[in-house]
Structure formats: structure tokens, C-alpha cells
Design a protein around this ligand. Structure first.
Ligand SMILES: Cc1ncc(COP(=O)(O)O)c(C=O)c1O
Length: 390
């Protein structure tokens, strides 16, 4: 068949491995097997009922027209109010841009800030889409290998060492995907100071904000108006499929973000925005907090259970809902191992390959997105597989 031409950039865009695993998992299910899904980044919880009810009401009461590219004013105010009540920080609603998931927020931030050839420093392992956003814009992601010694986070010291003439930005995530570790407030201050000193930008991904265990959720919004912060309704509010997030941008650049958002997206989903107005109510927050406690219980079960199977978890995750486990004592290659776990034990997990080039073959990511009883079953199945192999 004739080869159809695509842009050269497509050579650098790799598949999102977790989606590939999910497709494979559906095939295993179609063959009649019960698959335990611990691969994808969304827990089993439904969107909180008050949010669903608000969406239903909005469909009856409002015309679902395009909204402002910046989002509904009432939602921007509600988000600003959330920063005030949760963190004691005053952020004017005018700095908040509502987006189609944090994915759109990331694209807008990169789009406003990066020229072709500009470099972005990122932690490796890290969330794969970030490097692909950067590449799509013709800029260059520089993955920096991080490990247990810095709790898998990019530190100011590491960023300084790798900062080059072409570096424009350093990006960190707290809590991080795939490792679930946090950036401390001191480290965020040091990263913001480094970005200022170099005339660059600190971009903080806080999409798992709120999902922390035993530590208070912090925000880089407190670090100054020049720090860009991305957040989402996807994870803490369990609204992955609604596609809604937000960006906190420097006041002087909101107009630029708006201009790009108008062109790329016109506006975020109207119904999702009306629904999200119910997120910050005491009713919804009571539900999300109860779910956070449930996730913590799962985490407390799964970390030692994995260790008992021979996995290593050098840094106990304190946030998100992921465990990035070293499987090198059990398997030579995490990619083959993840496929075996799926096809033979019917448990879907994500191989390290998705998260960068820093020893991906030694790691798998397990998302504790199922109730403890299902996690127990998954552990029992993996144990059987390992014992069978031995
Ligand atoms: C670290 C990180 N950033 C961004 C996203 C994108 O999420 P969304 O577009 O649903 O807000 C994800 C999704 O898993 C993620 O893990």
C-alpha cells in the first residue's frame, strides 16, 4: 500500500503505552477473562452525585452555547474561592483559565511560552504526554534521570546542572505520576528562584492536588505570580471523562493564553463547567475526602503487599494513586513482564516504558484504582504467576 505522508514530528510521538495496555486488556476480557484494571489513571469511583445532579439541572436550565474561552466567570470565581478556603491564598479569578482538562492547560502553557528548539527540563520518569506536547510544538524535552535519592523529583540543584542556553522552562509535578511523590515547598521555592534567575519559567503540574496521604496538599500558586500552575477536575473530583481543568497564569500573560485558547479550543465544555460549579460545595467535598481516605487504605495495603512479592518500592508514595515499583528482582524486562501479568494473571499494569528512558525495563506502575478486595485478588494472581515461573 502507498505510504501516506505525515509530518516529521510524528516520528517522535510514541504511543501512550497505557492506552495500548488498555486495548490489550479489553481483548483479554473479550476472550472471557476477568481482568483487574490497575493500569489506567482513574479510580473506580463515579463522579460525585452532586456534580452529576448539577449537570442534569444545567442541561434543563441553560443553553449549552460556547462559553468565554477563559471559562464561566462563576467557575473561575469558584476556583479562586477554593484557593482561599483550602490554602489561604488570594488568587484573583482573572488569573484562572478554565480548560479542556489539564491536557489543554499544558498545551496552552507550552504554546504561549515555547519557541522551536527551546528546551524544557522534565523529570524522568515522568508523565509521558508532557514530552510529546513539547515535541509537537517543535521544542525539545530534556528528561533528567531522577531516582530514590531525590524522591524521583527534579530538584533545583539538578535543574541548575542541566540548564543550557536553550532552556526556557523547568516542569515538575506534585504529586507526581508515576511515582506518587511530592515536591516540598522549600524545593518549589528553590525551583522558582532558579527559573527567575535564568529568565525562564517554572511550570507546576498539580493535577493530583488534594490526593495526598498524611501530608497537607500544598500549591505552587503561593510561590508568586510568575509560576504557572496546572490543575484538573479529573482526579480529585473524579471527572476524567468530563474533560475539565484549569491553569493559573501570570496576570500579564492571561490575554495571550486567552488568544491561543480561542483559536485552539474556542471554549471548554459548557455542561462540564456547569457541573463543576458543584465541586466546591461541602456535600461534594465530603464525598471526595471520604474517597481520599479509601485510596489511602488501598495504598497502605498495596505497598507492603507488593514488597512481599519481591517488588521494591524505595520511596513510599504520599500522593496520587500510583506505585512505581522496581520489578528487577522478579523479571528481566518490565515490558514483557507487564504483558505476562495481563495475559496470564489477568491483571493490567503499565510498564515503565511509558515514563521515559531512565531504567524503564526495571519498573512497572500499579494504579490502586480498585477496592482492597480486588487488590488482594490481583496480588494473589501475581504471586501465583511468579511462583509458577520460579
Ligand atoms: C501528571 C498528569 N498530568 C496531566 C494529566 C492529564 O489529565 P487531564 O487532561 O484529564 O486533566 C494526567 C492524566 O493522567 C497526569 O497524570
Amino acid at each position: 500500500m502507498e505510504k501516506l505522508r505525515t509530518a516529521a514530528r510524528m516520528a517522535h510521538i510514541e504511543p501512550f503505552e497505557v492506552m495500548e495496555i488498555q486495548t490489550l486488556a479489553r481483548e483479554v476480557e473479550a476472550a472471557g477473562h476477568d481482568v483487574i484494571h490497575l493500569e489506567i489513571g482513574e479510580p473506580d469511583f463515579r463522579t460525585p452525585q452532586p456534580v452529576v445532579d448539577a449537570a442534569k439541572r444545567a442541561l434543563d436550565e441553560h443553553r449549552m452555547y460556547y462559553t468565554s474561552a477563559l471559562g464561566l466567570p462563576a467557575l473561575r470565581e469558584a476556583i479562586a474561592g477554593f484557593y482561599a478556603t483550602q490554602h489561604g491564598i488570594t488568587v484573583p479569578a482573572s488569573r484562572i483559565v478554565v480548560t479542556a482538562g489539564s491536557s489543554a492547560a499544558l498545551l496552552l502553557a507550552f504554546g504561549v511560552l515555547l519557541d522551536e528548539g527551546d528546551e524544557v527540563l522534565l523529570a524522568d520518569p515522568g508523565y509521558p504526554c508532557n514530552r510529546h506536547f513539547v515535541r509537537t510544538l517543535g521544542a525539545v524535552p530534556r528528561g533528567i534521570a531522577v531516582g530514590p535519592q531525590s524522591r524521583y523529583q527534579l530538584t533545583a540543584e539538578l535543574a541548575r546542572r542541566h540548564w543550557s542556553e536553550r532552556t526556557r522552562m523547568v516542569m515538575v509535578a506534585s504529586p507526581a505520576n508515576p511515582t506518587g511523590t511530592l515536591v516540598t515547598a522549600e524545593e518549589t521555592t528553590a525551583l522558582a528562584a532558579l527559573a527567575r534567575e535564568k529568565g525562564g519559567t517554572l511550570l507546576m503540574d498539580e493535577i493530583y492536588q488534594g490526593l495526598t496521604y498524611g501530608v497537607e496538599a500544598e500549591t505552587a500558586v503561593a510561590q508568586g505570580e510568575d509560576v504557572w500552575v496546572v490543575n484538573s477536575f479529573s482526579k480529585y473530583f473524579q471527572m476524567t471523562g468530563w474533560r475539565l481543568g484549569w491553569l493559573v497564569a501570570p496576570p500579564q500573560l492571561v490575554r495571550k493564553v486567552e488568544t491561543l485558547a480561542q483559536n485552539l479550543f474556542i471554549s471548554p465544555s459548557a455542561v462540564a463547567q456547569h457541573a463543576a460549579l458543584a465541586c466546591f460545595t461541602p456535600e461534594t467535598l465530603a464525598i471526595t475526602e471520604q474517597r481520599r481516605a479509601e485510596l489511602d487504605q488501598r495504598r497502605r495495603y498495596l505497598v507492603p503487599a507488593l514488597e512481599s512479592l519481591g517488588f521494591k518500592v524505595p520511596v513510599v508514595p504520599q500522593g496520587a494513586f500510583y506505585i512505581y515499583a522496581d520489578c528487577s528482582a522478579i523479571a528481566a524486562d518490565s515490558f514483557t513482564f507487564a504483558r505476562r501479568i495481563l495475559t496470564e494473571a489477568h491483571v493490567a499494569v503499565t510498564p515503565g516504558k511509558d515514563f521515559g528512558a531512565n531504567q524503564p525495563e526495571r519498573h512497572i506502575r500499579i494504579a490502586y484504582t480498585q477496592p482492597v478486595a480486588r487488590l488482594e485478588e490481583a496480588v494473589a494472581r501475581i504471586r501465583q504467576l511468579i511462583e509458577r515461573k520460579a
